[in-house]
Design a protein around this ligand. Structure first.
Ligand code: ZN
Length: 120
């Protein structure tokens, strides 16, 4: 492996393509099978990482309560007690979300009734 190979190997992670390496290094890659193989590996890696941006995942409902409880209680052991606390916190979060939806719906109904009353 030549010095140019080493430079190419060091710089490939920081560029989008071989052309971004500069003219001298790009010319080296055109003639060096080792650097071409390394470049192809990075091209494949960039392609696969780009595909990850299109994927979505949904966090489980207990994730947020679990993290909050762990932050608030760093000494809490991994036991049934902890799972029960997380379950109660998840129920509390769900209830709070339900109350927020109900309050929003109530506000919309009140506004609608006032507008209907004013129009009459
Ligand atoms: Zn090389």
């Amino acid at each position: 492996m030549s010095t140019l190979c080493t430079v190419v190997r060091l710089r490939l992670p920081g560029v989008d393509s071989v052309d971004d390496l500069g003219e001298r290094l790009a010319r080296h890659v055109e003639t060096c099978l080792t650097c071409q193989a390394e470049s192809a590996r990075y091209r494949t890696l960039r392609h696969r990482l780009g595909g990850l941006a299109e994927q979505t995942t949904t966090a489980p409902a207990t994730l947020v309560p679990s993290v909050v409880i762990r932050i608030e209680n760093p000494d809490l052991e991994e036991t049934g007690d902890r799972r029960a606390v997380v379950r109660r916190a998840a129920i509390a979060v769900s209830a709070a979300a339900g109350a927020a939806v109900a309050a929003t719906a109530g506000t919309i109904i009140v506004i609608g009734l006032r507008r209907a009353h004013q129009a009459a």
